[in-house]
Design a protein around this ligand. Structure first.
Ligand SMILES: [Fe+2]
Ligand SMILES: [Fe+2]
Length: 167
């Protein structure tokens, strides 16, 4: 008799949470997708892909740090790391586009400058208050519009038979 009552209690508890409307359940802290490397992200140029993998991994670190509510100092350090990776990577892309005479080089280089300026701005803001929202928006735009958009475009131009215009 005693055991039966216990079993009933457990069943009742489970059924209440089961039928709770989704809007009343605590918000799930999901990691922004996708930040991990997938083959479909490849632009087809080995050096660029390797750098993009490191950059994506840095994005993932930052996103995970934010969702795990780590201290800002940890996030700050990851941004500095991303800044270093991006500086080196943008220099490689700028050189490639110049070397092959990519027609949209000015627009692309402006995008690179814009990302660096925004990263710097976020670092400065973060001294006074959280800049997580701005940071997540920047990473999302960088990934979807730039790596999977603008970078694909210049790589396609180079791989479609463009020849070196600089000696
Ligand atoms: Fe890139
Ligand atoms: Fe780029």
């Amino acid at each position: 008799m005693e055991i039966d009552q216990q079993a009933l209690k457990v069943t009742k508890k489970a059924s209440v949470s089961e039928f709770k409307p989704a809007s009343l359940l605590p918000e799930k802290k999901t990691v922004s997708q996708p930040t991990e490397w997938k083959n479909e992200y490849s632009v087809g140029i080995k050096t660029v892909d390797k750098q993009h993998q490191l950059i994506m991994s840095s994005f993932a670190n930052i996103v995970n740090s934010i969702h795990s509510e780590l201290a800002w100092s940890a996030i700050h350090y990851s941004i500095l790391e991303l800044k270093e990776l991006a500086l080196r990577h943008f220099a490689v892309e700028d050189a490639l586009m110049e070397l092959f005479g990519y027609p949209k080089i000015t627009e692309h280089q402006t995008n690179h400058e814009n990302f660096m300026n925004r990263l710097e701005e976020i670092l400065n803001i973060s001294i006074r208050k959280s800049a997580n929202k701005e940071l997540l928006a920047l990473l999302e735009e960088w990934k979807t519009k730039h790596i999977l958009g603008a970078d694909m475009d210049y790589a396609k131009f180079i791989l479609s038979g463009a020849s070196v215009i600089r000696s």
